[in-house]
Design a protein around this ligand. Structure first.
Ligand code: SF4
Ligand code: SF4
Ligand code: FES
Length: 476
């Protein structure tokens, strides 16, 4: 382990580390734009230069640690260099911060205040470039804001491997562009470049001008889009900044989804389906309990379900593989001894959806098959004769495949035609309204927390199972 000195303090660096990595690991901050821990070193922005005693300034992101080296990260020479580099990098950068979606989490903005803070020294007019240029249906670029760090380009070459982005032309005519064969359009990981961009050059047309980051809060969650179970942050409006006069639905809407870095599961990335969780969670909800399609109070429906369960001799349950570990265990505890339960697959790949690859995406489009299978078997191809009650939890079941004249208790969170065909329908909460855990296909358990409050007219499945196991009578 090479021993180096940073600003006079001894530091035990890892063999093979760069000075930038060693400094960050030991609490010494060195600014960087083009370097990213999950990408190759490009060394083009030059903002990370440090002074090594007895040597010229050089960039820390490409400087291997050497035994005994004495590094200064904040000397007068380094400060002067950073100021000049910030002048250079912002030479043609527009003064867009007031309208830029990246404001509040922009590295360029932060470094300008920290290391420069001066107006431009240039007397030349700024060079203009394309704004709102479409790289794909999901990603736009403002080339005036781009600082040509090449993180986005390297991502498509090294991580998603679509090799879909490149830099055209030279010098102040340089432009990030997508290849003309549309590969970027088909890159299922394309939106990661928006997070990677250290400035506000890359953005999503669907989010443009819709949110200010300081009005949002991020709740830790897990993407249920496939068995990988990527850990994510779901961003939504902060309760203390709730809208009262404008569209109140925004208070309970997903603003955006970003990766929650997790070396055991997804590293720093997620796929585009994970970005689009609002399309899953914000489908029309089922909020009304029903008996044979007729609205009733939730307690009345629970009592009717209890009576059906009590009267059944050979009840069968099809258990959702979107249920959390806690819900699956609650089902097993409350009803496992009473009902023959099998795992039901809620989702299979949608037409046109990437099925599987060697980065993240898994063919099983459900988040908790591993935990469900640890408790219950797979559903049989046909139901045994004598089955006299079916409990169907979750989505994805074609009711026409169920035996006729067998009463059905159905638990679902979304508005679907099958709900009205059930003898008893019980509306349940969704993942964004409760806490829990999923176990991914590798056995890694990840937690999610609630983003929004549950409505009174729907129940948490976990508490419903306990209620269904108690004898008929007034609802708890
Ligand atoms: S668009 Fe962003 S990530 Fe890509 S090169 Fe420009 S500044 Fe870097
Ligand atoms: S790879 Fe699977 S779990 Fe990860 S973000 Fe995509 S759909 Fe979600
Ligand atoms: S971070 Fe080192 S040169 Fe860009």
């Amino acid at each position: 382990m090479p021993r180096i000195f940073i600003n006079g303090h001894p530091v035990e660096a890892e063999k093979g580390q760069t000075v930038l990595q060693a400094a960050l690991a030991h609490g010494f901050f060195i600014p960087y734009f083009c370097w990213h821990p999950a990408l190759s070193v490009s060394g083009n922005c030059r903002i990370c230069a440090v002074e090594v005693e007895g040597e010229d300034l050089d960039i820390a992101c490409n400087m291997p640690v050497r035994e005994g080296m004495r590094v200064l990260t904040d000397s007068e020479a380094v400060q002067a260099w950073r100021k000049r580099m910030m002048q250079f990098i912002t030479l043609n950068h527009p003064v867009d911060c007031g309208i830029c979606d990246k404001a509040g989490e922009c590295t360029l903005q932060d470094y300008h205040y920290e290391y420069n803070g001066e107006p431009s020294v240039s007397r030349e007019p700024k060079v203009h470039a394309t704004k709102f240029f479409r790289l794909s249906a999901r990603v736009l670029i403002d080339n005036e804001r781009c600082i040509l760090c090449s993180r986005c380009v390297r991502f498509t070459h090294e991580v998603s491997r679509s090799r879909a982005l490149g830099i055209q032309n030279r010098a102040d005519s340089s432009l990030v562009r997508a290849s003309e064969d549309g590969r970027f359009e088909d890159d299922p990981y394309s939106d990661n470049v928006i997070d990677l961009c250290p400035v506000g050059a890359l953005f999503s047309p669907s989010l443009l001008y819709r949110h200010r980051v300081w009005y949002l809060q991020a709740t830790p969650s897990v993407c249920p889009g496939c068995a990988r179970g990527c850990t994510v942050r779901i961003w939504h409006r902060r309760p203390d900044w709730a809208l009262h006069a404008l569209d109140g639905r925004q208070n309970e809407a997903i603003a955006r989804v970003t990766p929650r870095e997790n070396p055991a599961v997804n590293g720093p990335w997620i796929c585009n389906k994970g970005r689009d969780l609002a399309r899953i969670f914000e489908r029309p909800r089922a909020t009304q309990a029903m008996l044979k399609g007729e609205p009733v109070a939730l307690g009345t429906a629970v009592d009717a379900a209890r009576r059906l369960l009590e009267g059944a001799r050979r009840p069968v349950a099809l258990v959702s593989n979107w249920g959390s570990n806690e819900e699956l265990e609650a089902f097993q505890r409350a009803l496992g001894g009473r009902v023959r339960a099998f795992v039901k697959e809620d989702f299979s790949p949608a037409p046109g959806e990437p099925v599987e690859d060697d980065l993240l995406i898994r063919a099983d489009k459900n988040p908790n098959t591993a935990a469900a299978r640890a408790l219950f078997g797979d559903a049989p191809p046909a139901f045994e004769d004598g089955t006299d009650l079916l409990l169907v939890w979750g989505e994805g079941l074609d009711f026409s495949r169920l035996p006729t004249r067998v009463p059905i208790i159905c638990l679902n969170a979304y508005l679907q035609p099958e709900n009205g065909h059930a003898d008893v329908f019980l509306p349940v909460s969704v993942q964004t309204e409760r806490a829990g855990h999923y176990t991914n296909f590798q056995g890694v358990v990840s937690a999610f927390e609630p983003c929004f409050a549950k409505r009174d007219s729907v129940a948490h499945a976990e508490s419903l199972f306990a209620a269904l196991a108690s004898p008929p009578g007034p609802s708890p």
